[in-house]
Design a protein around this ligand. Structure first.
Ligand code: UDP
Length: 484
């Protein structure tokens, strides 16, 4: 058989997401985009997530669309529900270092044995908070590493400044200083308060401190990657340009879920609309939405990880019911802290739904729900994927952030982009009730102007000629050059 000249060969990209839903989904969108550019793609998950992902993927149709795509898995050394397992952050990262790092190295070596069908890896694209697994290995094997940070640019920019804030004694801060402005983070002086800082800054235990130091370490480690890829667009242009001082090259290609739809027209068929989802979607809510008036339903979801206390759940419920608005609520089986399985009875709760103007599911097809004409608002924890999905759908938001980047995201939603309200650090049914009424009725007009404007910016970015569209072309071209 005649072998292809190396210069004509399609690159082979190995993608490694951090093993959580909110990281896997955007990485999967990027993997599909590279697959549709005819790249060879190896998508690597930890064993447990690999099984969940394949269970939710129509493999035959997937392989027909992407013949050069393969799924691989490595062990993590962690239990299935790591978030509720009681393990400390140190336990988690130590286990991954011990199990996943050597397994990933072995996998790269085995992929390096070129076959007739497959080239040795051209580059690795790994989650930016997996540098502790990937940097040494990629440097040793001389495979360029690109970091995809699935949180936004603002969050990374803040992390670069935390060592100084710690040195100055600003972090950890006392509860009574929650509203104190944060000085010393360029670009954020006018709106950032202590309560908007990453959740890790609310140091209460030695494990919190470990996590804070760990993420600072990973943020600085990312600068050793050949490039940074960000799931963002023009709304963060100023901070992306500030981040440029730390990285050789930055590609902003967000919102990735919409870029995927814009570049791969064939996925607009319902059978292939979701991707990178680990849970089984309950589509019964779409039938219910079909019978609701336009813009009348508030969609309520806390993403894949957040847990609420029984008290928070009760305040939420009363706030929603007393607002008198229609709502679609996602209650994951593990949503209520300390009560595993408590939310697993949506069918029983939906009895008599027509009269009660509400519907409950354990996992929604979120992108489709937000795009449905009946949905007029989104009460969210403010995870970055959910925020981007709300932006693209042109749906204004109420954010009730609980940890991590959710605090800064919700501050940006309310104070910078003005596309919603921030409910930070409150737990009061009457506040929820008021904000829901404001969002759906009383203050709707005030907020829709900027919501529409930001949605248009997002659509412009991913359409042909837009910044994210062009930056993806640049990324594809640069990886092709690496393969020569
Ligand atoms: N999601 C979904 N259905 C649900 C809840 C969440 O499809 O019922 C998806 C959502 O569309 C988003 C992801 O799960 O893409 C959650 O990511 P995000 O960054 O918003 O939050 P995280 O789960 O990481 O806290």
């Amino acid at each position: 058989m005649i072998r292809m000249e190396r210069s004509h060969v399609n690159p082979h990209v190995v993608l490694l997401p951090y093993p959580l839903q909110g990281h896997i989904k955007p990485m999967m969108s990027l993997a599909e985009l590279l697959g549709s550019a005819n790249f060879q793609v190896t998508f690597v998950n930890t064993n447990h997530n690999h099984d969940l992902l394949l269970r939710n993927t129509d493999i035959t149709s997937f392989c027909n669309r992407f013949p050069n795509f393969q799924f691989r898995s490595i062990p993590s050394g962690l239990p299935a529900n790591v978030i509720r397992s009681g393990l400390t952050a140190k336990d988690v990262f130590d286990a991954m270092k011990a199990m996943s790092k050597p397994a990933f190295r072995d996998l790269l070596i085995s992929l390096g044995e070129e076959t007739e069908q497959r080239q040795r890896p051209t580059c690795v694209i790994a989650d930016g908070i997996l540098c502790f697994l990937t940097l040494d290995v990629s440097e040793e094997l001389q495979i360029p590493l690109l970091a995809l940070r699935t949180h936004n640019a603002s969050y990374s920019w803040i992390y670069f400044h935390l060592p100084k804030l710690i040195e100055d004694g600003h972090i950890p801060f006392l509860d009574e200083n929650m509203d104190k402005p944060v000085a010393g983070i360029p670009g954020f002086e006018n709106f950032l308060r202590n309560r908007d800082l990453p959740g890790t800054c609310r140091v209460k235990t030695s494990d919190d401190d470990y996590l804070l130091q760990f993420f600072i370490g990973e943020t600085f480690a990312m600068t050793r990657a050949s490039a940074l890829i960000l799931n963002t667009f023009e709304i963060e242009a100023p901070v992306v340009s500030l981040l440029g001082s730390h990285f050789t090259k930055i590609y902003t290609i967000g919102p990735l879920h919409k870029l995927r739809k814009s570049r791969m027209k064939d996925i607009n068929s319902p059978s292939v609309s979701s991707s990178g989802i680990l849970q089984k979607e309950d589509t019964s809510c779409m039938t219910w939405l079909n019978s609701q008036p336009p813009k009348s339903v508030l969609y309520v979801s806390f993403g894949s990880l957040v847990g609420l206390t029984r008290e928070q759940m009760s305040e939420l419920w009363h706030g929603l019911v007393n607002s008198g608005q229609r709502f679609l609520l996602v209650v994951r089986p593990d949503l209520i802290l300390g009560e595993p399985g408590a939310g697993a009875t949506p069918l029983a709760q939906n009895k008599g739904t027509e009269e009660r103007n509400r519907f409950i599911v354990s996992w929604a097809p979120q992108e489709e729900v937000l795009a449905h004409p009946a949905v007029g608002g989104f009460l969210t924890h403010g995870g970055w994927n959910s925020t981007l999905e709300g932006i693209v759908a042109g749906v204004p938001m109420i954010c009730w952030p609980q940890f991590s980047d959710q605090f800064v995201n919700s501050r940006c939603v309310s104070e910078v982009w003005k596309i919603g309200f921030d409910m930070k650090d409150t737990c009061d049914g009457s506040i929820i009730e008021k904000l829901v009424r404001d969002l759906m009725e009383n203050k709707r007009e005030e907020i829709m102007g900027s919501t529409d404007r930001v949605a248009t910016m997002a659509h412009d970015a991913v359409n042909e000629g837009g910044s994210s569209y062009r930056n993806l072309d640049g990324l594809i071209e640069d990886i092709r050059l690496m393969a020569r």
